[in-house]
Design a protein around this ligand. Structure first.
Ligand code: KIV
Length: 299
């Protein structure tokens, strides 16, 4: 986290300016509460369409509707104060033509108050990137493995593993950079290719499964927290949140079945009755810790 000031929210050009200044840190976020935490440590937050798989149980990101992205985008913008918030344009909302892309991206910007959108595709989307940027919409591009094309690719497969694929992927990066993208996500690429692309273009490369040779890194928050049941091999689990949730839910269920929860401490009392509400118990405990007055100190 480098250029944050206490009050200013980062904007797309701030992220571009971070190229060569040290790694850019990003995570996905889908809710206000996790966005508020991630916001303290990240330069940008992505409301990824991965939310369709992570939160809504879809097999791929293809079915995700625009309305869902807007709803989660709004929540993340409300939760995050300093990071740039980027919202993914879902499959079907931008590919048809630059003007369709503009209409939908403008809706995302207006209804979520986010600072940028992300679209998948290199060469095939370069004209759309230019069209959006010229009309006031900052665009993050996404190349390499583009999950919205999973049905064409035939699975979530790493890209650029043979040298013959390199030229086309490098060209994708160059064309979206020339078209005005402020950064580009490189997904599931080998390190030598990510290194070549990072050196070849003047916008930051943000890697996900694309090695440490990128200008920044992003992971799906639930994956790195240890909450997702299955994760790609490039994910490092920084937490055991799934286990923590399971432990808490198990303890709750046991307490409820044993009638050990709720106790009077968690129960509202009638006005004037002896049983105290939690707030009153707290206040009473606070008073009890005070030194009792002696008769002489009463004056
Ligand atoms: O949707 C998403 O979470 C993404 C990341 C994989 C970059 O696009």
């Amino acid at each position: 986290m480098s250029v944050h000031s206490a009050n200013k929210r980062l904007m797309a050009p701030d992220i571009t300016a971070m190229k060569g200044q040290g790694p850019i840190v990003a995570l996905t976020a889908y809710h206000a509460h996790t966005a508020a935490i991630a916001d303290r440590y990240c330069d940008f937050l992505l409301v990824g369409d991965s939310l369709g798989m992570v939160m809504h149980g879809y097999e791929t990101t293809v079915p995700v509707p625009l309305e869902l992205m807007i709803m989660h985008g709004r929540a993340v913008v409300r939760g995050a104060k300093r990071s740039l918030v980027v919202v993914d344009m879902p499959f079907g909302s931008y590919e048809e033509s630059p003007s369709v892309a503009f209409r939908n991206a403008a809706r995302v910007m207006k209804e979520t108050d986010c600072g940028a959108v992300k679209i998948e595709g290199g060469r095939r989307m370069a004209e759309t990137v230019r069209y959006l940027v010229e009309r006031g919409i900052p665009v993050m591009s996404h190349i390499g493995l583009t999950p919205q094309s999973v049905n064409v690719i035939g699975g979530f497969k790493a890209q650029g593993r043979s040298k013959e694929q390199w030229a086309a992927i490098e060209e994708d990066a160059r064309l979206v950079a020339e078209a005005g993208a402020f950064a580009v996500v490189l997904e599931a690429l080998t390190e030598p290719l990510a290194q070549r692309i990072t050196a070849a273009i003047d916008i930051p490369t943000i890697g996900i499964g694309a090695s440490r040779s990128c200008d920044g890194q992003i992971l799906v928050l639930e994956d790195m927290l240890g909450l997702s049941p299955r994760v790609p091999r490039y994910v490092k689990k920084f937490g055991k949140v799934g286990e923590a949730i399971e432990g808490a839910v198990r303890a709750y269920a046991q307490d409820v079945r044993a009638r050990a929860f709720p106790t009077p401490e968690h129960t509202y009392a009638m006005k004037g009755a002896q049983t105290r509400t939690p707030e009153r118990v707290g206040a009473a405990q606070h008073k009890a810790t005070k030194k009792p007055k002696t008769p002489s100190s009463k004056g």
